[in-house]
Design a protein around this ligand. Structure first.
Ligand code: FES
Length: 162
């Protein structure tokens, strides 16, 4: 915990020691680590002198926060209005099924993580999926498998190197 506090020292600065900074602190820590560990949430709670359950409540309320690390290939399914109206929910369900993880989860080989995100700014291509830096336009449930097979899982990449 002490090690973590040192790591977060440049985020948990004295001028941020106020409960109104809770969300921005959570965002900064997540931006750095890719997710919010239990230890990080407790460090923030201790820093702000608020119960850990309060921090946990906020983290679970907003779906921008995640409890698990990002996969090597972070999959983000857009659920902004245009994408939602164009079948984004079906694409998200197909992605979860194909990866065999829930939203916010990560595959056992850490190859893929799955999140829903708000508008990614290319609504004309809805519904959109972003994997790493690549945007996949006009997605459909059948296209989910096609896209995923073009991306090698980590375990396959590692076994090929050996
Ligand atoms: S709503 Fe999905 S890109 Fe805008």
């Amino acid at each position: 915990m002490e090690e973590l506090k040192q790591e977060l020292a440049d985020i948990l600065k004295p001028d941020k020691k106020n409960r109104r900074h809770l969300i921005s602190l959570l965002q900064e820590v997540q931006q750095r680590s890719g997710y919010l560990s239990k230890e990080a949430m407790l460090a923030i709670a201790e820093f702000l002198d608020i119960p850990g359950s309060t921090v946990y409540g906020i983290v679970t309320f907003y779906n921008q926060f995640r409890f698990t690390p990002l996969g090597k290939h972070p999959v983000k399914v857009c659920m902004g209005t245009a994408c939602h109206l164009s079948g984004g929910k079906l694409v998200l369900e197909a992605m979860a099924r194909e990866l065999d993880i829930e939203v916010g989860g990560i595959t056992s080989d850490h190859g893929f993580s799955l999140d829903r995100v708000a508008c990614v700014g290319c609504c004309a291509l809805a519904p959109v999926v972003v994997i790493g830096d690549s945007v996949y336009p006009k997605m459909t449930p059948p296209k989910v498998e096609e896209v995923l097979v073009t991306i090698k899982p980590v375990s396959q990449e590692q076994s090929e190197k050996q």
